[in-house]
Write a protein that binds this ligand. Structure first.
Ligand code: HEM
Length: 499
């Protein structure tokens, strides 16, 4: 036996021993909650972790729910987990009992990256969260403010279109280009144009989402703090946190300096404000809160939007009829004005259907963001334990045959003359942005980025698969992480239609 094998065998034996002793001594169990929702048999120590092995978590949980029902109980490590897989139960959790489920469970990645979870996404429900939410809804992500980012969006998208046009007829990695443009739009909106650290910051956040999206032993056994230290995730996240913190603090310091000199020099109210400017004006926010909110904008806003654009492109490559129909609509509307214009977006009805259908089949937040049960309660006669983690499988709900005809088919027409919408989170069969108090505050910002980018890609170019690949062979595998994205990059060949 080599040294390494001996080391791991010893660690695992020790772990096993400590768990057994602890279980015997504490005898913790869920027996205190009567009538838990049904679920598969639990094993000692690991609970139901083994039930997740085999395929991606949102697929596995959907499969299990067909056997155990749309309200299911699993024990993942030590954590009691309630899995919701139907529109009816999603309504119970997100609307009827909204207040009970308004908090998020603690997550190690957010504790480390977000200054002890003081961003909007993972701060516990309460006064602090309410204050942040108000600032985000009114000051950062209101429709008016999102409209004011239009020049940034146009400039970045024009650069993207120019770059694609320069590659006419050759294969491009669309995933790489769309990701970097959407991240750049977010960072310019957050920090302003001249921020020299934009690119470095983007790559750090990108890496953090990769690290945080993985499997974390520490979150499954929260009472064993030492597990968080040996899982390997902690040092990685701490290093990334230190690096992002230096950049964010520099940005804040620079903004304070510029703000002072602006005020002295021109007394002008007309200077364009970025998000950091707006956040620094809020007396109630510490520097760390400002940094955590900016990280939220990146974490919540960039990969989700980029991934939706790429899924839409892939689905349309597989369904050329739909791409042609969308191109015809976009070209007709924009040609009348002789150029693409964001103010014409409302006329693009089919485009909206395509985006909806993409978000139905590929919601980036397949499980929304997790909720935590704030007080023991009952749903439909089942007991939900205090502090249990609640996962709403929005991916499964969007493909539920009880709600959708031919649910696996990409068919945007299903949304024509159909009032099912995601803006308010009131149609529980379709909740890619969640619902209730913790619903996504970035819906408008996200959708404008997605719709405008797709409209331009349709207006300017025709698209083909490389290497004479057949549309049936295009790989649609997913990768599960902070967002469910395409596993493999999308490579396509552009042909200019409108220069
Ligand atoms: C396609 C685009 C997007 C999708 C699909 C999406 C989806 C979601 C989902 C499912 C949630 C959890 C909702 C819940 O628990 O009920 C969420 C929360 C959140 N999203 Fe988004 N999002 C998108 C874009 C954005 C954008 C552009 C931003 C900001 C710039 C953003 C910022 C946030 C924040 C801060 C939260 C946490 C809200 C809270 O806990 O109070 N998202 N998003």
């Amino acid at each position: 036996m080599d040294i390494q094998t001996l080391y791991f065998t010893s660690i695992f034996s020790l772990l096993f021993f400590v768990f057994i002793v602890n279980k015997i001594v504490t005898k913790k169990s869920n027996s205190s909650t009567p009538n838990l929702p049904p679920g598969p048999l639990m094993l000692p120590i690991i609970g139901n972790i083994h039930n997740l092995i085999g395929s991606l978590p949102h697929h596995r949980l959907r499969d299990l729910s067909t056997k155990y029902g749309p309200l299911m109980h699993l024990k993942l490590g030590e954590v009691s987990t309630i899995v919701v897989s139907s529109a009816e139960y999603a309504k119970e959790v997100l609307k009827t009992h909204d207040l009970v489920f308004a908090s998020r469970p603690p997550i190690q990645a957010s504790k480390i990256m977000s200054y002890n979870s003081i961003g909007l996404s993972f701060s516990p429900y309460g006064d602090y969260w309410r204050q942040l939410r108000k600032i985000c809804a009114l000051e950062l992500l209101s429709s008016k403010r999102v409209q004011s980012f239009q020049p940034i969006r146009s400039e970045e998208m024009t650069n993207l279109i120019k770059w694609i046009a320069s590659k006419e007829g050759s294969e491009i990695n669309l995933t790489k280009e769309v990701n970097s443009r959407i991240f750049l739009i977010t960072s310019r909106v957050a920090f302003g144009k001249e921020c020299k650290d934009n690119k470095k910051f983007i790559s750090l956040v990108w890496e953090a989402t990769r690290v945080a999206g993985g499997f974390n032993l520490g979150d499954l056994y929260p009472s064993y703090k030492w597990l968080q230290n040996i899982s390997g995730l902690k040092p990685k996240l701490e290093k990334l946190h230190k690096q992002t913190d230096v950049i964010l603090q520099n940005i804040i310091d620079e903004h304070r300096l510029v703000d002072k000199s602006r005020a002295i020099e021109d007394h002008s109210e007309e200077v364009a404000e970025d998000l950091v400017d707006v956040l620094l004006k809020q007396d109630c926010l510490s520097d760390n809160s400002v940094k955590a909110v900016i990280l939220d904008m990146y974490g919540g806003g960039s990969e989700t939007s980029a991934s939706t654009i790429l899924w839409a492109m892939a689905e349309m490559i597989k369904n050329p009829r739909i791409m042609k129909k969308l191109q015809a609509e976009v070209r007709e509307v924009f040609e009348k004005e002789r150029k693409p214009n964001e103010s014409d977006m409302e006329k693009l009805k089919y485009l909206k259907c395509v985006v909806k259908e993409t978000l139905r089949l590929h919601p980036p937040g397949a499980f929304l963001l997790p909720r935590e049960c704030g007080q023991a309660c009952e749903i439909n006669g089942y007991g939900i334990p205090f502090k249990s983690k609640v996962i709403v499988n929005a991916w499964a709900i969007g493909r539920d045959p009880n709600n959708w005809d031919d649910p696996e088919r990409f068919y945007p027409e299903r949304f024509i003359d159909n009032c099912v919408d995601y803006y308010k989170g009131n149609n529980f069969e379709f909740i890619p942005f969640g619902s209730g108090r913790r619903m996504c505050p970035g819906v408008t910002f996200g959708l404008v980025n997605i719709e405008f980018s797709l409209a331009l890609l349709m207006y300017h170019f025709d698209w083909k698969l490389p290497n004479a690949m057949k549309k049936e062979d295009l790989d649609m595998s997913e990768s599960f992480g902070v967002a469910v994205t395409r596993k493999n990059d999308l490579h396509l060949i552009p042909f200019t239609y409108h220069p």
